[in-house]
Structures are given as structure tokens and as C-alpha cells.
Design a protein around this ligand. Structure first.
Ligand SMILES: [Zn+2]
Length: 57
């Protein structure tokens, strides 16, 4: 435990810990196709897919 899935964050979690949220999300590398969130780490999301780099295409 201790490592909370980003997909489980609630609005009150966001209000309480915006800085922690930012550290989990930035830089955004993965998209959760189940709930549309992004994270820097695939194992924070329930259905992660790698985001392509928009600057490399
Ligand atoms: Zn999710």
C-alpha cells in the first residue's frame, strides 16, 4: 500500500494534495484509456497507453 493509483484520486484528494498530484502527472507520458487521466508513470493508471511525443512527429 501507500502507492495510490492516480485513477482513484478524488476531487478532495486533489484539493488536499495538488503538489503531490503534479509530481505524479508531470511530465505526462501515459494516458488512461478507461478514465482519461494522464500520468508520468504507467503503473499509476488502470489502463495506461503510452502517449506519443507531439514534438517528434
Ligand atoms: Zn484510469
Amino acid at each position: 500500500m501507500g502507492k495510490k493509483n492516480l485513477c482513484e484520486w478524488t476531487k478532495s484528494d486533489l484539493k488536499a494534495k495538488p503538489g503531490k498530484y503534479a509530481r505524479l502527472v508531470l511530465p505526462p507520458r501515459y494516458l488512461c484509456t478507461a478514465c482519461g487521466r494522464v500520468a508520468s508513470d504507467a503503473d499509476r493508471l488502470c489502463k495506461p497507453v503510452r502517449l506519443s511525443d507531439p514534438t517528434s512527429s
